[in-house]
Design a protein around this ligand. Structure first.
Ligand code: UGA
Length: 468
């Protein structure tokens, strides 16, 4: 099928290269000529595992080309995906890019005699496709829905595993205006073995928000339990949540073996969720709820737990050091999670701001974020090329993303380079590392007194098979 993808961000480009790999002919449209040139030169404009090789294959096979010419791409395509950004604007989302893309698509449809299906993939609040998008398409095309198709097809891609998530989806949600357009969209995913949910445009939009709101809720729940464990000496959030996970409604026993579903990775303590999706989506849903006269009690609490968490972690560091004034702090991990270079809403940056405000100087290392962000935003730290460089002379090392690299370094040699051998693990990413006796290891979700007595309260769980 000939397909146009409008927007070459992580959702659009992932969608484009994956559809090209399935044999479709893809036009990737973007308004930025530099970005279009980079894509055509097989240079991904951002880091995402497997993307560089998939893009190179798509370009060299001729199945994907990038262009700024939206109207030509649309006229030649049966299916058009809108994957432009919906950035946070205050507590709401900014629909400017979606509206502009839809207007241009509508104008291109005006002169095309063929049947085209316009599909919104950008995350938009329930009702957006049905009202704003429909209205703009009708105005600019001079046609009414039915003469062209209208669908809403949310994405469930995680940064860091977007390609794998696209090619192995849990479900494909197809919100459609009429069965004909829904079926045409479903055909694109013909080879995938997963449930297809055919539903209304509004349900499709809401499924996306409800999914991200659930993930955010589980994280804030875990983090609130961690805060309580930090306040109750003798409790350790890892042991507590390990015990919770063993409820067989969370980890069922199948054929005599405990299965550990992927959702349990969201029932873990940390220093808060970030990224371009969870905070923005929860805030947008809260805002819509309030506008409808509904008080979003749960979602309000989810966000307030999350915004408090980096500050509480900074306080834990202050307690461990006595004072942050004049201290040198090594921060390991800057991105909002491991496996990406994305700094948006990163808890790590919030922790840095907090400790700097209390008088500390920060030396930071991230395996993927190696230079200051291109968008000009500032990281309040000296960037270091290695873990070793960051920890040398530091009074404490703060682990803020669960990068596997931080487990594989030789900590017994590294700690000797520190001024004070204090490690604060904000992701419980170094659990199980055996520390020299000179090291004070403080993991999140335990009281400082427990860390001082070095008490461990592990739960030895039955071996569990993991399912994603
Ligand atoms: C999230 C969802 O997982 C995807 O399903 C969804 O498609 C995507 O948003 C989106 O809306 O586009 P993503 O933002 O890439 O994906 O990242 P996640 O892996 O979900 O992590 C989100 C944040 O939660 C990260 O900051 C991570 O460190 C944090 N997190 C995760 C925790 O703090 N604790 C946990 O137990 C798990």
């Amino acid at each position: 099928m000939r397909i146009t993808v409008v927007g070459t961000g992580y959702v659009g480009l992932t969608t484009g290269v994956c559809l090209a790999s399935l044999g479709h002919q893809v036009a990737a449209v973007d308004i930025e000529p530099d970005r279009v040139a980079a894509v055509n030169a097989a240079k991904p404009p951002f880091y995402e595992p497997r993307l560089a090789e998939m893009l190179a294959a798509a370009i060299s096979s001729g199945r994907l080309r990038a262009t700024t010419n939206l109207s030509q791409a649309v006229a030649e395509s049966g299916l058009i995906f809108v994957t432009v950004g919906t950035p946070q604007a205050g507590q709401e989302i900014d629909l400017t890019y979606v509206a502009e893309a839809v207007r241009q698509i509508g104008s291109a449809l005006r002169s095309s005699p063929a049947y085209h299906v316009v599909t919104i993939k950008s995350t938009v609040l329930p009702g957006t496709t049905d009202t704003l998008v429909r209205q703009l398409l009708e105005e600019t095309s001079g046609k009414s829905a039915g003469e062209y198709g209208l669908c809403m097809n949310p994405e469930f891609l995680r940064e860091g595993s977007a390609i794998d998530d696209f090619l192995n989806p849990d479900r494909i949600v197809i919100g459609h205006d009429d069965p004909k357009s829904g079926q045409l969209l479903a055909d694109v995913y013909g080879s995938f073995e997963c449930p297809r949910v055919f539903t209304t445009l509004r349900n499709a939009e809401m499924i996306k928000y409800a999914s991200n709101a659930l993930l955010a809720t589980l994280i804030s729940y875990s983090n609130e339990i961690a805060t309580l464990c930090e306040a109750i000496p003798g409790t350790d959030v890892r042991a507590v949540l390990d015990g919770v996970h063993l409820d067989r409604r969370l980890s069922p026993i199948v054929n005599g073996q405990r299965v550990s579903p992927g959702i349990l990775s969201f029932l873990m303590a940390g220093c808060g969720f970030g990224g371009s999706c969870l905070p923005k989506d929860v805030n947008a849903l809260r805002s819509r709820a309030t506008g409808l006269g509904v008080t979003p009690h749960m979602l309000d609490a989810v966000m307030s737990v999350n915004s408090e968490r980096p500050r509480l972690f900074g306080n834990l560091a202050e307690e461990a050091l006595g004072s942050l004034r004049g201290a040198t702090i090594a921060v390991l991990g800057l991105a909002f999670k491991a496996g990406t270079d994305d700094l948006r809403e990163s808890a790590s940056l919030a922790v840095i701001e907090h400790v700097v405000a209390k008088g500390a100087a920060v030396r930071a290392h991230d395996p993927i974020v190696t230079t200051a962000p291109a968008n000009g935003s500032r990281i309040n730290a000296t960037l270091c090329a290695t873990v070793e460089e960051a920890v040398t002379g530091a009074d404490a090392a703060l682990i803020l993303t669960a990068c596997p690299e931080f487990r594989s370094v030789d900590w017994s040699a590294l700690v000797r380079r520190m001024r004070r051998q204090i490690i604060l693990d904000g992701r419980n990413a170094l659990a199980g590392v055996s520390w020299p006796r000179t090291v004070r290891y403080v993991s999140i979700g335990r009281s400082i007194e427990a860390a001082e007595r070095d008490e461990q309260f592990p739960v030895t769980a039955e071996k569990a098979a993991t399912t994603e």
